[in-house]
Design a protein around this ligand. Sequence first.
Ligand SMILES: [Zn+2]
Length: 332
Amino acid sequence: MTIAKYILVITCFIVVSSPLAVLAKETKDLSTEDIYENRMALYVKTEAITNVPWYYLAAVDTFERGLRRSQKDRPNEDGFIAIYFSEEEWSGVTNPNRQDTNPISIQFFDGVGLDGNGDGKADRQDDEDVLYTFAHYLEGYGVTESDFKIALWERYNRVQSVNIPFGHAKVYQQFDTLDLDDHSFPMPLHHNYSYKNTWGDRRGWGGRRIHEGTDIFANYNVPILATAYGIVEIKGWNKFGGWRIGIRDLNNVYHYYAHLSGFEKEIEKGKVVAPGDVIGYCGSSGYGKPGTQGKFPPHLHYGMYRDNGYTEWSFDPYPSLKSWEKESRRNR
Ligand SMILES: [Zn+2]
């Protein structure tokens, strides 16, 4: 091999492998705090070069991170940003080169990929390019809340896939940080309560349904607390759950609190909550028409449902409750 060829090979190797490989390795080795710092820097930078508020970008990024964790057809992200464009979407459906990074040919084939960091490439694996491409898409609809909803509808064509990131945006806007991982047990620990793992047990009322949740038995009117940062998605009566509240967290998980005796004042649909906020009170409502109570001992029925962008399914909340109980004890 001639020196010139050798240098060419080395150069190619460095150009191709260095930025991405280093980033991927670093992301894995970073603390959560450092990841949030890097991610926030990317949002803020993109906000500065477009007109899109950082919390819209954070909301969709977080929503799609949840989708990547729950869908088999989407790989986990290598970098800091999880917003997903397929190769076809990025390069253009008729583009013969699926790995195209040339902004001019991508544009020619009607691909969406853009160069966000001015390095002359529109790289689907580059965080700045992906985030800029997505911000540019949002900006095309405008930056009001209703514009944001329309852009989400055009991207996902599904009501819940509009509502969930829209809720995430409200949470990020209110707390002004990405560091929202704390949790709380759903009752204050100094009250008497008891629970065991009843996942999948048969239920006594309402036909053949399995028990999708954990029952936490306690006295009437023990305060019920939000377990995570999130937004109130549902509040009201349901014939099985009685007075119930549903809260959506930043992992796209819906937390279902049923059989309440009543709701905390100011808890309304669309309200942003933090772990430990009182949302209602323990009771025995449900199994009948609105107001029915006393058909069973007072308890909180606690359920968790994960949304994967297509559908929603229930999973066992017992391990989470155990770990939040420990976390609440440590924080006392
Ligand atoms: Zn139950």
